[in-house]
Ligand binder design. Structure first.
Ligand code: NAD
Length: 422
């Protein structure tokens, strides 16, 4: 790491204003992890595109000073740990960062570097914008109807990592307690040959993600927020998420939101122009996003639902290779490519850098640098519409029978995007 965090670099530091909004200097220092495997290909491509867009949008008035930090296999090789303290300190200190894909090293002592990063920095929201870039091959007929942002709770639910293996002493102890004490007289019994997992869902965890989703919707003038849950079955966890979510919307955003039942009755224009807060049962929601995607704008949901739903929605607009993502906490964010490190393609200058590039767009928007984000989106669209694409898109375009498709390497694709900037 070239620069020591916390010393000479204060002037490039993103800070918080009293109201919690970001104060972004014109030359912010942004820590980045290149990423393992194909990170070596997609990161340089992505960085080049981001720098070119900032230059194009602000003509030298603004620029990013990149600070390299390490995580994953590369950090393991260099420092003997997959998530060095220096990396965590840099993300905390500079507040906004970005990362390529990470290989979870075998024997690294933690289950996943990504999960650890989210937990240690308390990045409690996984935010996945899902929108269609014209020209991208898609399995649905009208992918342009999809324009959503999914807020997935990142710290609770069955992902809390609290589970016991079938037959272990702890599992037996817990089963005894549950069967003989808690379930006595209920007619319910857990089979002795069961593994056990715990699904915690808290008021605090629910409220903060719902708050973030509603704040985003109000700021970006989105028409609705949908709470997605399986509360008909899991009443005290998923059902509670819905109840606490509505409660928070009513209490903290009362004058600015309207609820589905109220909306039907709403006679006045002012009421109808407020943000609509509604909810859907998770299984029905999977149908809804396919059949009536235009009715959904901001989606807020628990960890497991969000994991499934965000990949399913990403598939509708071109798959994970095109999907941006970010992990957000309070005044802290790490954006990331949503796919993995695809080791078998590493170093071949072959894979699609769009996921990390579009995560860069989300990062620029988070920083308030909307003009630069727009430059990238438009240039990427032009590049794909011209059918100059990486192998994954080329294959799909050809399968769809499109003519005149030109295969580019990862770096050439980045060159083409830079050339297509206006
Ligand atoms: P992967 O996403 O790395 O690769 C699966 C397949 O997706 C690849 O074979 C390739 O066909 C395709 N693909 C991936 N990235 C692509 C790109 N940029 N352009 C075009 N096609 C692309 O998933 P995996 O093989 O299951 O995981 C490999 C490693 O990545 C594992 O160590 C896993 O833990 C890690 N991982 C990391 C993240 C993350 O950092 N966010 C996410 C998922 C997996």
């Amino acid at each position: 790491m070239k620069k020591k965090t916390g010393q000479k670099s204060r002037e490039g530091r993103i800070t918080l204003k009293a109201d919690g909004a970001l104060r972004v200097p014109n030359r912010p220092i942004i820590p980045y992890v290149q990423g393992d495997g194909t990170g070596v290909d997609i990161w340089p491509a992505g960085q080049r595109v981001m720098d070119a867009a900032v230059e194009k949008a602000y003509g030298g008035r603004r620029s990013i000073e990149w600070l390299r930090v390490y995580a994953g296999q590369e950090a393991m090789d260099r420092f003997g740990t997959p998530l060095p303290d220096e990396t965590l300190k840099a993300f905390r200190f500079y507040r906004v960062g970005i990362k390529g894909p990470l290989t979870t090293p075998v024997g690294g002592g933690i289950r996943s570097v990504n999960v650890a990063l989210r937990q240690v920095l308390d990045l409690y929201a996984c935010v996945r914008p899902v929108y269609y870039i014209p020209g991208v091959p898609s399995p649905v007929r009208n992918p342009e109807r999809v324009n959503m942002v999914i807020f997935r709770e990142n710290t609770e639910d069955v992902y809390a990592g609290i589970e016991w293996k079938k037959g272990s002493a702890d599992a037996k102890k817990l089963l005894r307690f549950l069967n003989e004490d808690m379930l006595a007289g209920t007619g319910k019994r857990i089979r002795a040959d069961s593994g056990i997992g715990v699904k915690p869902v808290s008021v605090r965890g629910t409220q903060r993600i719902v708050r973030m989703a509603i704040q985003h919707a109000l700021r970006e003038r989105c028409p609705s927020v949908t709470l997605v849950h399986k509360g008909n079955i899991m009443k005290y966890t998923e059902g509670a998420f819905q109840e606490w979510g509505y409660g928070l919307a009513r209490k903290e955003f009362g004058g600015k939101v309207v609820f589905e039942d109220d909306q039907a009755k709403a006679a006045t224009k002012s009421k109808a122009s407020r943000l609509l807060v509604k909810d859907r049962i998770a299984d029905a929601m999977f149908q809804q996003v396919l059949l009536r995607p235009e009715e959904y704008s901001v989606i807020c949901t628990l960890n497991l639902n969000g994991d499934y739903l965000s990949d399913a929605c990403a598939a509708m607009v071109g798959g994970l290779g095109m999907a941006p993502g970010g992990n957000l906490g309070d005044g802290l964010a790490v954006f990331e490519a949503t796919h993995g490190s695809a080791p078998r393609y590493a170093g071949q200058d072959k894979v699609n850098p769009s996921s990390v590039i579009l995560s860069g767009v989300s990062m620029l928007e988070y920083m308030g640098w909307h003009e630069a984000g727009k430059v990238i989106q438009e240039a990427l669209t032009r590049t794909i519409e011209r059918r100059t694409v990486t192998y994954d898109l080329e294959r799909q375009m050809k399968a769809e029978g499109r003519k005149g498709v030109k295969l580019l390497r990862c770096s050439e694709f980045a060159d083409a995007i830079c050339k297509n900037m206006r």
